[in-house]
Design a protein around this ligand. Structure first.
Ligand code: PRP
Ligand code: URA
Length: 213
């Protein structure tokens, strides 16, 4: 899959992703379709972000003879940032069924746009896992950066961030705080508006996934 590197972020470039992102942005897309699209785009992104996973050689008995195969040689943990990150889990789990799933609860204070932390539970032993931090929106970058701080404080050393839509401001803020964490997105948008929403963006991802507005 083609990649475009732009200021610390990898933007995935694939016709299916571009097609599904246009549907996702459309204000007329129903909650049902929105949820499905978030899951499908996350699944497509999984091919690229798992490219460097270590594998080990194993023996496989086919119906005819024994041959060599490979299997993933690390423990994978998916960590959605609540709420909207939950929408990305199912699509990835379909491809990595034995991934463990942690949860980090954060919401953005409406006035300050600062993240407020309310829940943290991730698979242990933390240092044994490769973490994929999931949040469809990287706006100011505050929520993802706080989640990464919490993961590191818990002992995580291998972390990657997957977002569907990022603002340049969010990428800059996140990579300044976490230069060691690769950021992969499906689209890099223009900017934030005065309320901290991504333009052109797709609106409030959590509300659109869960139909709360
Ligand atoms: C949204 C989104 C991110 C955050 C991004 O969550 O899902 O977590 O905002 O913004 P930031 O980059 O400026 O921090 P929100 O705070 O709306 O919480 P919710 O998912 O519970 O609705
Ligand atoms: N959170 C969202 O859900 N959408 C935005 O555009 C910004 C933050």
């Amino acid at each position: 899959m083609a990649q475009v590197r732009a200021g610390g972020v990898v933007v995935l470039d694939h016709p299916l992703i571009r097609h599904k992102m246009a549907l996702l942005r459309d204000a007329a897309t129903t909650t049902r379709d929105f949820k499905q699209l978030v899951s499908e785009i996350a699944a497509l992104m999984t091919y690229e972000v798992t490219r460097e996973l270590p594998t080990e050689t194993i023996e496989v008995a086919t119906p005819l003879e024994t041959t060599r195969g490979e299997r993933i040689a690390c423990k994978i943990a998916l960590v959605p940032i609540l709420r909207a990150g939950l929408g990305m889990v199912e699509g990835i789990v379909q491809l990595i069924p034995n991934a463990r799933v942690g949860h980090i609860g954060l919401y953005r204070d409406h006035d300050t746009l600062e993240p407020v932390s309310y829940y943290f539970k991730v698979p242990t032993p933390v240092a044994d896992h490769r973490f994929f931090l999931l949040d469809p929106m990287l706006a100011t970058g505050g929520s993802a950066a706080e989640a990464a701080d919490e993961l590191k404080r818990a002992g995580a050393t291998e972390i990657a961030l997957l977002s569907l839509v990022a603002a340049p401001e969010g990428v800059a803020a996140f990579t300044a705080r976490h230069p060691d964490i690769p950021v992969t997105v499906a689209a890099l948008d223009r900017c934030l508006n005065a309320d901290g929403y991504i333009l052109p963006g797709l609106g409030d991802a959590g509300d659109r996934i869960f139909g709360t507005r």
